[in-house]
Design a protein around this ligand. Structure first.
Ligand code: 5AD
Ligand code: SF4
Length: 458
């Protein structure tokens, strides 16, 4: 969500004549978009502000704006802690940033804007929204959250749940496709409740509308709260051919006792039943999850149940986090806090277990041909485009695994524009814990404006 918001900030400011700089040191305006989901993220923001304090001592006209969740959470207090800051703009004030900057330029009065609004901001599409062509991007379809998981700061910093109008979402995606985007990831804290409050269409219906947008090749979404995962949405994986075969379904813990303390409103069996139904409908669906280790009161037995659930589901990948106390959240008042050491040990156990599974699953893909949406040249290749004809590219499978592959051209078709944004068949030769490597075998003709012999074969 922060990436999406940052893109919006960049495009708004470009409209007012601002340009990105190569380094922070050469900037006249620094906008810091912050996250407060865990304490570490917040600390990072403050340490960066420390760096800016030194910079401003040398460059007094520097304007510093801090936005996002730390800004929303701290408001006025942020300026007391970091006097270098000129503008504090909260999660609902992004569209007002340009006017706040103007005010600082004209009057030098500090601005604190952390008002939470009752309506959702809408993006203006009349201007070019991005500087570089990208193949894949995020689209926010809703903001806020009212689930109040006891550990989570989101409901306090992002406000009440609000969905964007379906027509505006479709309009935005069409606009992005015109700019070269081929894959969108729809964002919401709980996409399953999309539109319900406002009486718009359901999320499954929204997916059907997006599925027929010409030129769009892939759709992803995140996140789906397990308690609300509906059969309708499960069926969308079959009915919408552009919907990627992957779901992120955060479980957080495998212990019923902890799930209750977290206020997740499902238990282990409910979760496992949903996974079974999903796999019945779409047998090879890839499933990822989020895990919190060391929630207050988590015993070694609770933790063993989490490991056990990870084994039972056999996730394709996961994100694991050490529990972190956040301001205002109810779990900070729970007893039985777990030591940092123990949290680190538990985190390592989760990651080691998953690495084993992921590697096993990735190895099983060796020899298969994967449809890869090409995002561009691989990091290794950048800058060496003209040196040989065996070019390394990078992209992702439907299940969201990074694939680096070589494309040996038998003519001069070797450059970026040729493959970027296209779906290529790649025969997988090597599997690593976090990526695959292979060689291109053909380029899918569908959906990419290429016909017959215009499809390149290597
Ligand atoms: N501590 C640790 N992890 C957290 N998450 C949310 N709040 C906290 C917290 N206080 C994790 C959850 C969520 C992901 C985005 O961040 O796993 O799914
Ligand atoms: Fe936080 Fe729970 Fe809302 Fe997710 S569903 S954003 S974990 S409160």
């Amino acid at each position: 969500m922060n990436v999406y918001d940052s893109e919006k900030i960049v495009s708004d400011l470009a409209f007012y004549g601002y340009e990105k700089t190569e380094s922070v040191e050469s900037a006249d305006l620094v906008v810091l978009n912050t996250c407060t989901i865990r304490e570490k993220a917040e600390q990072k923001a403050f340490s960066f502000l420390g760096r800016l304090t030194k910079l401003k001592q040398k460059k007094s006209h520097l304007i510093v704006a801090v936005g996002g969740c730390v800004a929303q959470q701290e408001g006025e207090k942020l300026v007391k802690r970091a006097p270098v800051v000129d503008i504090v703009f909260g999660t609902h004030a992004i569209d007002r940033l340009p006017q706040h900057i103007k005010q600082i330029e004209d009057h030098k009065h500090r601005v604190i804007d952390v008002k939470i609004s009752e309506s959702i901001y809408e993006k203006d599409f009349h201007k070019k929204t991005r500087e570089n062509e990208v193949v894949t991007t995020f689209v926010t379809i809703m903001q806020g959250c009212e689930n109040y998981c006891t550990y989570c700061v989101v409901p306090y910093v992002r406000g009440k749940e609000m969905s964007r109008q379906p027509d505006r979402i479709i309009e935005e995606i069409k606009h992005l496709v015109n700019e070269g985007v081929r894959e969108v990831t729809l964002l919401g804290q709980n996409v399953n409740s999309y539109g319900i409050k406002q009486g718009f269409c359901s999320f499954a219906q929204l997916l059907e509308r997006i599925n027929v947008i010409d030129g769009l090749m892939r759709i992803r979404f995140t996140t789906s709260h397990p308690k609300d995962l509906s059969v309708k949405l499960m069926n969308a994986f079959v009915s919408c051919e552009k919907l990627c075969n992957h779901i992120h379904l955060p479980v957080q813990s495998g212990s019923d006792r902890i799930l209750k303390l977290m206020n997740r409103r499902y238990n282990r069996d409910d979760y496992l039943e949903k996974v079974t139904s999903l796999r019945k409908i779409q047998p090879d669906i890839s499933i990822s999850t989020d895990i919190i280790v060391g929630f207050p009161g988590e015993t070694s037995e609770d933790f063993a149940q989490t490991l056990d659930l990870i084994r039972e589901v056999g996730y394709d990948s996961l994100f694991a986090f050490k529990y972190s106390d956040r301001p205002k959240v109810p779990s900070r008042h729970l007893s039985g806090k777990i030591s940092e050491n123990e949290k680190t040990l538990r985190l390592q156990k989760v990651l080691a277990l998953q690495e084993e599974t992921t590697l096993k699953k990735n190895r099983a893909l060796a020899g298969s041909i994967q449809q890869v949406l090409v995002e561009g040249l691989s990091k290794k290749q950048k800058g060496k485009e003209n040196q040989n004809h065996d070019i390394q590219w990078t992209g992702r499978t439907q299940s969201n695994i990074v694939v680096n592959f070589s494309f040996t051209s038998n003519n001069d078709i070797t450059f970026d524009q040729i493959l970027t944004g296209r779906i290529v068949g790649v025969r997988i030769e090597k599997a690593y814990p976090h990526s695959l490597w292979g060689k291109s075998v053909y380029i899918e003709p569908e959906n990419q404006g290429l016909k017959g012999d215009e499809c390149y074969a290597a």
